[in-house]
Ligand binder design. Structure first.
Ligand code: ADP
Ligand code: MG
Length: 340
């Protein structure tokens, strides 16, 4: 695997797709689901079947959104948030698996990944430029801790050990969803497809003999790419401080990735080369690359890259707050300075 050029949500180049009419077997669809843009492109010689498969994939995204959205009152997640402080709640097998995986990453990252970030995260609204003030942050910080999540894997129950604790799966659900989508296409015999949901993408096979070219956005210039990576049959997830954010009255960038230690968005002010503003993780499944991209973002460059170098099968492309690009060991490329 190599990185092609210096140019974070990953996006898959479409230019070849529409280049000639001979490529009529490529099918493409984009819909707004899970608070983001879901895109599917796949190769199929039968138009009708392709349409049907795209419909199935979109339905799967909608099913997961209905189950996991914190904004839908009747979602399973909302019910857990309402009731789990009162006693153990029986979970669906799927939600139990998501919580189990989330807790695994909390332990692996010493709490950098923590779905109970929502205890404070729910008080942020990036569209309305709202954030928790210092007093609220101080009063809820103790409740923000994955150790309050009393999860019984066998019984598939969850109880919150602190009455103010809340959870949100925004750091793992989309990666899981792209895996589910790819499983649907694979089962149907599709050879080549790419599915993405915001910053999480997964490729099934290649692009008919060529690798998929996945671009990582320049975190401070929408018109540019930071890197273009050729990928085959793999997942890539990007976390950045530029997707959902606002600049507050103190000129601070308030974004959607929280440092559970402070209960606030991870500090990404320029100057410190350990701070990251974009993290892309490449690996077999979105179920892992998604939580890992959020984790490495919070951990910072040194600890984050060390973690990825320790995990077989995963690679990372990160951009620090001084806009320098770094790679995990397996990508072994020289540093590239984007600020020039
Ligand atoms: P996206 O694909 O939505 O851009 P990321 O993979 O970058 O998401 O993860 C950010 C999302 O993860 C946030 O929108 C939030 O829902 C959730 N999140 C934020 N901070 C944390 C954290 N420290 N641990 C787990 N989840 C988090
Ligand atoms: Mg993530």
């Amino acid at each position: 695997m190599s990185v092609l050029g210096a140019q974070g949500a990953p996006y898959v180049f479409l230019s070849l797709l529409f280049a000639s009419s001979a490529s009529a077997e490529w099918h493409y669809e984009q819909q707004a689901i899970m608070g983001t843009e879901v895109t599917v492109q796949l190769w199929h010689e039968d138009d009708k079947q392709a349409e049907q498969l795209i419909g199935q994939v979109m339905a799967e995204f909608r099913r997961l959104d209905d189950q996991l959205s914190p904004y839908k009152e009747d979602s399973e997640l909302s019910r857990v948030n309402r009731e789990a402080a009162k006693g153990p709640i029986k979970l669906s097998g799927e939600l139990a698996a998501l919580i189990d995986k989330s807790l695994w990453y909390s332990q692996l990252t010493d709490g950098a990944f923590d779905i109970s970030y929502a205890t404070l995260g729910k008080h942020y609204d990036f569209r309305k430029h709202e954030q928790a003030d210092e007093a609220l942050t101080a009063s809820l910080l103790e409740a923000l801790n994955y150790r309050h999540l009393e999860f019984d894997k066998r019984a598939q129950t969850l109880r919150f050990g602190h009455e103010m604790t809340k959870i949100d799966l925004g750091g793992i659900a989309k990666g899981y969803a792209v895996d589910r989508a790819v499983a649907i296409l694979e089962d149907a015999g599709v050879c080549c497809a790419s599915v993405s949901a915001g910053g999480d993408a997964r490729m099934l096979g290649d692009k008919r003999g060529q690798p998929w070219l996945v671009g990582i956005r320049h975190p401070r210039d929408k018109s540019k790419s930071a890197a273009v990576i050729p990928l085959t049959d793999t997942a890539i997830s990007t976390s950045g401080d530029y997707e959902r954010f606002f600049i507050d009255d103190h000129n601070a960038r308030v974004h959607h990735i929280f440092n559970p230690a402070t209960g606030k968005p991870a500090d990404t002010a320029a100057g410190d080369s350990d701070k990251l503003i974009s993290v892309s993780i490449i690996g077999p499944r979105g179920f892992d690359t998604d939580p890992l991209s959020t984790s490495v973002f919070v951990l910072g460059k040194e600890k984050g890259l060390a973690l990825i170098d320790r995990l077989p099968g995963f690679e990372a492309v990160v951009i620090d707050s001084n806009k320098r690009l770094y790679f995990s060991r397996g990508l072994n490329n020289p540093q590239t300075d984007l600020s020039k």
